[in-house]
Write a protein that binds this ligand. Sequence first.
Ligand code: NAP
Length: 548
Amino acid sequence: MSSVMSSSRDVGISTAPLQLDAAVIGAGVAGLYQLYLLRKQGLTVKAFDTASDVGGTWYWNRYPGARFDSEGYIYQYLFSEELYKGWSWSEKFPAQPEIERWLHYVADRLDLRKDIRFNTTIASAHFDEATGRWRIETDQGQVIDARFLITCCGMLSAPLTEMFQGQDTFEGDLFHTARWPKEPVDFAGKRVGVIGIGATGIQVVQTIASTVGHLSVFVRTPQYVLPMKNPTYTPADQEAYKAKFHDLAARIPHTFAGFEYDFENGAWAEKTPEERREVLEQVWQDGSLKLWLASFAEMFFDDAVNAEVSEFVRGKMREELKDPTLCELLIPTDYGFGTHRVPLERGFLRTFHRPNVSLVSVKDNPIAAITPKGLRLADGTEHALDVLILATGFDAGTGALTRIDIRGREGRSLKEEWGRDIRTAMGLQVHGYPNLFTTAAPLAPSAALCNMTTCLQQQAEWISNCIAYMRERGLQVIEADQQFQDRWVDHHDGIAEATLVTKTNSWYMGSNIEGKTRRLLSYIGGVGAYRQKCDEVSAGGYSGFIIR
Ligand code: NAP
């Protein structure tokens, strides 16, 4: 490999292109590990991030109440026992400040910061066919010349911030949850509006309700929710989960969703109604995502099973909400449980019993505009607000990459191609874009249906191993074969279409963005199965990829 193999050196800004073996975009969970792995191989590599520090998702999403829906001890990296055991969580589902501190700990322990350019946005990346390298430009005009480009941008990092007519006329404070300020926001005595009750809106609402003057929650589509039980950890609890390290490391990568638990309750059809209820009750009591990701797999593709599980959850929500109007507005009836991301809640439903909280249904009376003094609905109703919080989600999966001008062979544009159809080879490469590797991209479990660290570690390792394979053989360029990509898309779609997930509208299907290709973003064949397929490809000398 004719590349700069000097160990990672600090390179100052200059007019000459920065020569790298690999450029990594993003310094979150995936980017940190990718940087670590490639540097360990001896590559000259730098990571670039718009943020002023590490963290990725956990840097940007510092809104009130932001916390894991995965257990902290399974969200950690599993490649190093020492790194794993050197960190102790204070509770089962830690909050954003603690998560951010953990990622700082990782960056410090692995000495990663020296190879990260913060406050730097990658604006464009063009593949040069003559050299087989990427010419990358930052927003500050710096040029980087790299053999490999690896995107570690996250699947939920392009927030939908410009949502409503008149937004810029609002005279109060307006925030999108994924662009939350570092300084505390004072809600005392204020009239606050929250738009959206996805996993984010739920966390915001339940957290700020007791601190605001009045809270108006604008609800379009109700959500199935599961209760979160979040015990604080004593030193003995921390020791107990750390003692499971080897078991976790052996188990988590092979489960359906990269969690500690899996579907192990036997077949739904072989159980009596009482036995099914017993299982559902048990997983409900766990206070985690277990009911969704480890009760009965049949709920994902069998209408009758899904209907029963949905009714079980509705019953639980009715018990909590009590009030018939709240039940009507907050309990879903027209789609099945688990057919899009299930959020955990800690008092979200009960929040609507508070006298200072109003639920405003915007299902049949949509938000028409944001006005200087608040918000106006289609029927002309005005809601006066001092603070407006957009918990309106993201251009998921694709948005992180299409906002960069990425051009592959013959100048083809990834934005234009994905605008027509979203296709990838296992979510690891895109045909037509040699030497571009992607993580958390469409058609892999890491695009949604996964405990993120599990899937991102696997992808970062696969990419690193692939690059090592090439270097050992003096190979320069790798590209996913068109037929291989087509076969993967067909395989992905075949599994997706057999599930009920494709029948529900959500960001999983791209349906939160008008005109976006409708395709399940995330591979739903299972994290373990995906890993196995990736391993088969590498064991076969990267069959399906053309390497020269
Ligand atoms: P989201 O799930 O896409 O939810 C967006 C919300 O905004 C929905 O309730 C949506 O309503 C509403 N909305 C959008 N446009 C609207 C409009 N014009 N009028 C009224 N309502 C509107 O986004 P999110 O809550 O940010 O969550 C995205 C994902 O981030 C989650 O699914 C999860 O994977 C991840 N997340 C994870 C955690 C965690 O692990 N702890 C926490 C937060 C988020 P409709 O449903 O009607 O479109």
